[in-house]
Write a new protein. Sequence first.
Length: 387
Amino acid sequence: MEHVIVLGQTPPPVNGQTVMIQAFLEGEYGELRLHYVRWNFSRTIDEMGAFQIRKLLILFETWADVAAARWKTGATTLYFPVTGPRMIAVIRDMLLLIATRWMFRKTVFHFHAAGLTEILPRFPIILKPLFNLAFRNADVAIFTAKSRCVMGQELRAKRVVAVPYGIPDNAAGQVLDRPTTKGYIPSILFMGTLSEGKGLFTLIEACALLHKAGVSLRVVCGGGWDAGTSPDEVGALIASHGMESIFEFPGVLQGEAKINAFADADIFCFPSHYAQESSPVVLTEAMSYQLPIVTTNWRGIPEVVGGSGGAFIVEPKRPDQVAECLEHLLLDGQLRTTMGRMNREWFLDHGTVDVYRRNMEYAVSGSESAGVRDVLQESAMRINPGD
């Protein structure tokens, strides 16, 4: 039995990383015993990656919590979710890792966010040796998509594994066949951080093109506002196109409210070009709810939805392409149904939380039981550095 200190954050705030850490912690494993040490650097989405004096105190408290858990449990493995290319967050992780890695025989990095090595050209030269000490030569590097695994080799990880996300089937028992009758106005759902990078402005501009062309639609944008995005700015943009009655912003949705939002939607649109995007959990959620998808050829997104056949994948920052795909779905109820069912079938075969947990156990422990190996042949890939 391998004892593992899982260092990270579960909701709140709610985003893909916190949700997937919680999913990992809630699993039952034959080879692993997990011991959770929570950090609480960010209380809300807009605090993530931002400098605050209180976070310095939390840094010391987190180090002390890790040390106490290490000696109490006898754990020899550290699991650490590595940040994306935000300078403050990278320096925070660097300091925390330098203070904790030496306590453990084995370090497992999980790259929920993309782009860590992209910060190196602007990273202070004097700190680069510390960067190397913190982030290089991990025993295991876990990525959410095969296309991102090259970064593990750049960081000289000893094992590099791709483990796609999987989630609970909250859509089970929901009515997933939507109306297709003439005169019905379909609803487009966007779910995520409300920011330019996540594609909110691209979606608004695409809907403006459709509205101008006389296409009827409704749009629900669920999520919290990013620190760099103003609700007033977004509201003014929507008003400039005369679409105030079309858009709805219900805020952060959780529990039944989130389930209802997915169940009530007809199309899911997520035109992200977010710098830290890796493999958005929200796309797997949309597939589980039998929704056709319009998204972008960005980071690991094509690997999340490309195998299902139920998604249109367009280039980032192209509202004209988004509008064209949305128009096909808005005007063709049968196409919505067909693509949605393809997504649901793919999810049941590849995207459940049980598959995710089995793959995570393999990734962390290296155990290769026959059942896990069969799953990995379909949904995960191991790369040996030097191949």
